[in-house]
Write a new protein. Structure first.
Lengths: 379, 319, 303
């Protein structure tokens, strides 16, 4: 333990010394993203965004004279790799904070490592159990699944559609959503009539939908990430299902509309505000951050930035703010992170506290609907 | 036999001195997984290399060991040292039971049946939420503890895992050189001929299958207690294929070959990491090239390579 | 009361019909991929784990032809098949033929390495996103009894039938087809009577990569396509081929359809989460009862 303190002191002193000297030492941040593999749709925009934001901060002169240096590794969505790479980031690259991993499974796997080696980690994945119970070194920027489920259920309760069917993908994302859907149903007076799943690589879901059609529900809630939900939308159109369909924030990008085509019309999802950034009123706190993120991403990568990239945007900015307040060691960055109040990012307005390392409220999600091949806020 | 012993002692020394080169850096962590994968590759090699029976479902047995250990310690509060052998015995019994009908099959039918078993096990991990935590995984698995030492760092885990791995190596070498090993090779070459000389081929195959599953389960338990978190994704069809690749690339029917194969396939992605998105292409390409130029696996290919190099340099013929 | 029973029965019949139709259309794809497996297996003894990648290539090449080259769909499809077939031939030439010691297990690892390589290249070329491809003739559902299918399903069934007929014709009425059958029975004997066995191996890769690509193209409008779709489809095709006893004729078609229907009935009637497990358990039982495959060696035509 002593050894650690001494080494921290040593690092702190060297950094202090070098700040006063000519060039400030760069601040090293680690990034763990699932850039390849089944969760690449998360990892790729996250990595791109993190690289983009760090570049821009450095172009603008860095943070308090320090350049930021981002060391990114690809976990391929594999928990074993994520654990190994966390160790590598901390022990070999000596980073002061880590952004990622992209999926809940990987995050749960690396938590013990980050806790033991005492480096702050800002996860980009959504599982509620990451920060519940609160762990000293672990924060997250992705909105909790429970908030997304709450948004849908609120709407259903208001429109008196109480009998619903669930169709979720059998991976970590779907399982976590399904758990929340079941857990919160009673609170909103919702009755889950049928509960089905499909495999992440399945190519036809007419069977599940036929079964659901037979159970006469008032709404279908599908929890998954592309391409599954697009197949489901097409299958529902094939079967002429008129029941309103709700999906998760996992498909909150233009890609879903592109894949499902006509079949996407009328589908509602809870989503981060990024897909409807241009439709927000100017009084919205997040508008400034959202527009700058959307514009930058378009400029750098020639495609639309989505809210997954936004998780990384928020994480980099949170760390930047912590450093700005005079932190440069893992310990002080962690302490400053916890003091974050009213930071308007992409995912929502963050308020961390010793009791809350997720930091977002219900306003993080809006309910949006596909109309004329675009996302529109449901009033 | 004496040569074997010297080889083993050299290998053990090599393994045990390894940590002093790395001083607890990140590579230690990867070497822990090399140990686990070596154990798995040896387990599969006993079946494939010695008895000549293919399995595309070994990730399933690996996963069963991990999950049984995990569930017994997390949900039921068992001591990991009790959970590990219980898991291994349970998996062994299961393999023994399904071994009889499955090993009646041959060639691609056997491949498909074992693949089916692997996929069924994987789906069970995914679907039995209450037991396994489903796709989100099972966390909070305790580390192993021995005489007050908790195995919670890479260096400690390294010695723990490699102690087991070395034991498996020694056991397998002895088995291969025993009467059983000779009988196995006889079955491999010709089942009919083996029967004629009095080997109960069918029972022997099932026994090796069960033994292989037990070793895989043991590796699984160790994996669970080292990682402290497991999720079904680590035990899918892809990993079964990767194990098969380790065994073949290393060299069929060679214990040290399994080590070489496991080490290469575990370390390779680490060296390819700087190649970013190109790593998967290089990895695939290397597999093809290696089989092409070292059809007998690394364990035979590397000495051949040395011989060639020495010959071209005009040195003495070492053969 | 009897009325309600009747309507209930009717509804269940509609459901069953839908399950069966869904199963048949997925099964047809499994069958096409499975036949590709069998053709190569019979000519060379290789279980080609890269077979699924040609399915992927078919879909993605079609995408390129449509989007980049702006070809109409009727021209894009043959172009994509040709492109994938060239990839198949290159694979045979560069990876299979130069092998010094072609033991079955080495060949398996080569095809695994090859499939990883092809998948990686596809990831670089087309990115990691999923892409959609327009249907051949619209998306307006067609009602059959109480069930509905899409025009694309009819395309799938029709093209599958046509390919099977062409296949049959090729293997039984052309010289090179007969030569390939000879190779399947006994490679050495075939070589002795003057058949160029290596050429037949190349042919087998040609045919099966073309068939795989075709399967990938006709299914892409329904399922969408991405660089990694080949893994799962290849696996299912492999199972179809095994059930069919590695025949490149009707037995594998039956195997594919059976697998498709088992999956969809399993999902519809028992549990959607366990549907693959149910299908595999039934397949295992079949293998346990008939270790020589569903159709047995004696009855099946091993092309």
């Amino acid at each position: 333990m002593n050894c650690r303190v001494i080494s921290y002191l040593f690092v702190a002193v060297t950094i202090m010394f070098s700040t006063t000297a000519l060039a400030a030492a760069p601040i090293k941040i680690g990034g763990l993203f699932a850039v390849t593999g089944p969760a690449a749709f998360l990892g790729e925009p996250e990595r791109n965004t993190a690289n983009m934001v760090v570049d821009e901060i450095n172009k603008a002169g860095g943070v308090k004279g320090h350049k930021l240096e981002l060391v990114v590794y690809d976990t391929a969505g594999d928990a074993t790799k994520a654990v190994q790479l966390t160790t590598k980031l901390i022990k070999d690259d000596k980073v002061v904070a880590i952004i990622g991993p992209s999926t809940t499974g990987e995050t749960m796997a690396v938590i013990p490592v980050a806790e033991k080696l005492q480096v702050p980690l800002i996860s980009c994945s959504a599982g509620s159990k990451i920060t519940d119970p609160v762990k000293k070194w672990i924060f997250k920027t992705a909105q909790n699944d429970s908030l997304a489920v709450g948004r849908i259920y609120e709407y259903l309760q208001k429109s008196k559609q109480t009998n619903v069917a669930i169709l979720s993908v059998s991976d970590g994302f779907g399982a976590s959503g399904r758990e929340q859907l079941k857990a919160q149903a009673a609170k909103y007076g919702i009755k889950i009539v049928s509960d089905d799943t499909y495999g992440p690589k399945d190519t036809d879901m007419t069977v599940q939908l036929t079964k659901i059609r037979g159970s006469h529900v008032q709404a279908i809630i599908c929890w998954g990430t592309n391409p599954g939900p697009a197949v489901i939308a097409k299958n529902a159109r094939q079967l002429d299902i008129k029941t309103p369909i709700f999906m998760s924030h996992g498909v909150s990008s233009k890609k879903f509309i592109e894949l499902a085509g006509e079949a996407a019309e009328g589908i509602k999802i809870p989503s981060g505000k990024v897909v409807v950034a241009d439709q927000l009123s100017n009084s919205d706190h997040q508008k400034k951050s959202l527009m700058s993120f959307v514009k930058d991403y378009q400029k750098h990568y020639k495609t639309e930035g989505d809210h997954f990239g936004g998780h990384a945007w928020d994480a980099v900015m949170l760390i930047k703010n912590a450093v700005e307040k005079g932190a440069d060691s893992p310990q002080s960055i962690r302490d400053n992170l916890e003091k974050t109040r009213g930071f308007a990012g992409i995912g929502g307005t963050f308020n961390y506290s010793p009791q809350d390392h997720a930091g977002l409220g219900k306003d993080a999600f809006v309910l949006v609907e596909v109309k004329n091949k675009d996302w529109v806020v449901v009033k | 036999m004496k040569r074997e012993l010297i080889k083993f002692i050299c290998f053990s020394l090599f393994v045990m001195l390894m940590p002093s080169f790395f001083k607890g850096g990140y590579l230690m962590n990867v070497l822990v997984f090399v140990g686990i994968n070596t154990m798995l590759a040896i387990a599969l090699n006993l079946l494939l290399g010695y008895a000549g029976q293919i399995s595309l479902g070994h990730a399933g047995f690996f996963g069963l060991g991990a999950y049984l250990s995990g569930i017994m310690t997390v949900t039921y509060g068992w001591n990991p040292w009790q959970a590990m052998p219980v898991a291994a015995i349970a998996v062994g019994c299961l393999a023994y039971l399904i071994g009889f009908p499955i090993l009646k099959l041959k060639g691609h039918y056997l491949a498909m049946a074992t693949l089916g078993i692997g996929i069924i096990i994987y789906i069970v991990f995914n679907e039995t939420y209450d037991l396994t935590g489903g796709p989100s995984g099972l966390s909070g698995i305790p580390n192993l503890e021995l005489g007050g030492i908790v195995f919670d760092t890479d260096v400690k885990n390294y010695y723990l895992i490699w102690t087991f791995t070395l034991a498996v190596v020694l056991f397998s070498i002895n088995l291969a050189n025993s009467r059983v090993g000779r009988a196995l090779r006889a079955v491999h070459d010709s089942e009919v001929a083996a029967r004629v000389v009095g080997v109960n081929a069918r029972l022997l195959k099932v026994q090796v299958f069960a033994l292989s599953a037990v070793l895989s389960s043991l590796a699984g338990s160790l994996y669970a207690h080292t990682m402290t978190f497991i999720s079904p994704a680590s035990f899918g069809f892809n990993f079964s294929v990767e194990l098969l690749t380790m065994v073949v690339i290393g060299g069929l029917g060679s214990v040290y070959g399994s080590f070489l194969g496991a080490a290469l396939l575990t370390l390779l992605p680490e060296f390819l990491r700087s190649a970013n998105d190109y790593d998967i292409i290089i990895y695939g390409g290397l597999l093809v090239i290696m089989v092409m130029f070292m059809p007998g696996g690394l364990v035979r290919g590397i000495p051949d390579l040395f011989k060639k190099v020495f010959k071209t340099k005009g040195g003495a013929d070492h053969a | 009361m009897s009325l309600s029973l009747l309507s209930r029965g009717e509804m269940q019949f509609d459901q069953l019909l839908q399950y069966t139709l869904s199963g048949l259309s997925t099964g047809a794809i499994y069958a096409l991929i499975g036949i590709g497996f069998s053709i190569i297996y019979n000519a060379t003894g290789i279980i080609n784990f890269a077979q699924g990648e040609f399915v992927m290539l078919g879909g993605l090449f079609t995408l390129t032809c449509l989007d980049l080259l702006k070809l109409p769909i009727w021209a894009a499809v043959p172009c994509a098949v040709v492109a994938s077939t060239v990839a198949g031939l290159l694979f045979e030439r560069l990876a299979i033929r130069p092998l010094k010691a072609p033991t079955p297990i080495n060949l398996v690892i080569i095809t695994i390495g090859g499939s990883i390589l092809i998948r990686g290249l596809a990831m670089l070329a087309w990115g990691k996103d999923t892409h959609s491809i327009p249907s051949f003739s619209g998306d307006d559902p067609i009602a059959i009894g109480g069930a509905t299918i899409l025009p694309q399903h009819l395309w799938i069934l029709a093209i599958t039938v046509i390919i099977i007929i062409i296949n049959k014709y090729y293997f039984y009425y052309t010289i090179s087809g007969k030569a390939m059958r000879a190779c399947a029975y006994n490679r050495r004997a075939a070589g002795l009577v003057g058949i160029d066995v290596r050429r037949m191996v190349l042919f087998s890769f040609l045919i099966s990569s073309a068939m795989g690509a075709m399967a990938g193209i006709i299914v892409a409008p329904l399922t969408m396509t991405a660089y990694d779709v080949g893994v799962m489809l290849g696996l299912k095709g492999f199972c179809a081929a095994i059930i069919g006893g590695m025949s490149s004729g009707m037995a594998t078609v039956v195997g594919g359809l059976l697998l498709g229907i088992l999956e969809s009935l399993g999902a519809g009637l028992i549990s959607s989460g366990y549907k693959d497990a149910i299908a595999f358990i039934i397949l295992l039982l079949i293998l346990f009862i008939r270790p020589q495959g569903l159709f047995g060696k004696a009855d099946s035509e091993r092309v």
